[in-house]
Design a protein around this ligand. Structure first.
Ligand code: GLN
Length: 395
């Protein structure tokens, strides 16, 4: 129940809620989803559709997602569009929640899921003003306090006590504790060890559709665990947190030294960058949405792509570079860049079979312009298989 100080006049009968940023900025609104207190890094997503895929993407762990689309929840939620077994965002911020979903696939309302899973949100605030603030000042820590907590003492200090995204190791908190296998569809052509750093269901699905048997392995896997599945290739997934904290970089170096073909998405791109010896850095406010233009520098084609990243690889854009970490890794080039800000969106090794992208070819809510990258991975696996069987014949 609301205490008299937090009494909030609401036409919708919702409890009061307040959103407080670490710089002291406050937005007063109404409770959405679960009621209580939550903290995280405030980030904004510009996707007009695909909220269910966003909410269930483990890469959003530790983040409070502000939707720039003003009206959210219109199509409800269903059992098919989940990217993982639960909602991972720490908090959810929307301008105007749909009062009633209307879609033939809807099984529940979005708010029911948020409530059931204890996700604290806020609605009825000016999300455009909040987004502009984050764009000017950068992503920052935030708290949402609702219901009885709306009058919480010293909320700014509480927000400032929370850990920052920079320096946070979060992949181990979302990855599967046990390995599992996603069977190839149709004839099995290849086996891939996919290291789960926060994998989305659509990734093994798109590999399985191409005849790949996917062994999804925990984030703590060693090179022996990887070798145990006798893979034709290794994949590192997307995932939350700061890539500078990821211990899996060492595992990746061993994979690269062994010459096993590698494909990485998002976190998996940042870890390839780090394994090769480049740095990663935090973007001011990141890329999150489903309409980001990316240039494939080899073909000159522009793809409209889905993004969700707050960090990026710091690699030279011009020409080819010798991998700084190890001469054995050979030459690398930046294969893709974001046309909005020239951020590195893909890496390609020229002397070892490895490549990765910072964006999401598996994007379940679309667009699907980048799905060809899964075919490129299959081609790499095939080339490597041909090469080793040719080499075998020489002996
Ligand atoms: N989707 C991802 O894999 C995100 C990678 C990393 N956590 C980032 O924010 O940049």
């Amino acid at each position: 129940m609301n205490s008299p100080e937090t009494q909030h006049l609401s036409l919708t009968g919702r409890d009061a809620a307040v959103l407080v940023l670490e710089d002291g900025t406050r937005f007063e609104g109404e409770s959405y989803g679960a009621t209580g207190t939550t903290f995280g890094e405030a980030v904004f997503s510009t996707g007009m559709t695909g909220y269910q895929e966003t909410l269930t993407d483990p890469s959003y762990y530790g983040q409070v997602v502000v939707m720039t689309a003003p009206h959210v929840g219109n199509t409800g939620v269903n059992d098919e569009d989940e990217e993982s077994r639960r909602i991972w965002v720490s908090g959810y911020v929307v301008r105007d929640p749909a009062l009633r979903p209307s879609n033939w696939r809807a099984q529940r309302t979005l708010e029911d899921d948020l409530r059931e899973q204890g996700v604290v949100g806020i609605c009825g605030i000016d999300t455009r003003a909040l987004t502009r603030h984050l764009r000017e000042r950068g992503a920052m820590r935030v708290g949402i306090f609702s219901g009885a907590d709306a009058g919480s003492a010293d909320p700014v200090a509480q927000v400032q006590q929370q850990p920052r995204m920079e320096g946070s190791e979060l992949a181990s908190k979302v990855a599967t504790p046990e390995p599992y296998v996603v069977a190839a569809q149709g004839e099995k052509r290849f086996t891939v060890a996919a290291v789960d750093l926060g994998i989305k269901a659509m990734t093994p699905e798109l590999m399985a559709q191409r005849g790949i048997e996917v062994h999804v392995l925990p984030a703590t896997s060693t090179i022996d665990d990887v070798r145990a599945v006798n893979p034709d290739g290794v994949f590192f997934s997307n995932g939350p947190g700061d890539p500078a904290t990821a211990p899996q970089v060492e595992l990746l170096r061993e994979v690269l030294r062994a010459g096993i073909p590698y494909f990485g998405i998002c976190f998996g791109n940042q870890l390839l960058g780090r394994a090769l010896g480049f740095g990663t850095y935090k973007l001011k406010y990141g890329h999150r949405g489903i309409n980001q233009p990316v240039l494939d520098r080899a073909t000159g084609k522009v793809e409209i792509t889905a993004h969700n990243h707050g960090f990026a690889v710091d690699a030279p854009l011009a020409g080819e570079t010798q991998a700084p970490a190890d001469a054995a890794f050979g030459r690398v080039r930046v294969s893709h860049i974001c046309l909005n800000d020239d951020v590195v969106e893909g890496l390609e090794c020229l002397d070892i079979p490895a490549f990765s992208v910072q964006y999401h070819p598996e994007a379940a809510a679309g667009p699907h312009d980048a799905a060809y990258l899964f075919d490129r991975f299959v081609d790499l696996l095939q080339q490597e298989t041909n090469r080793t069987s040719e080499a075998g014949k020489d002996h």
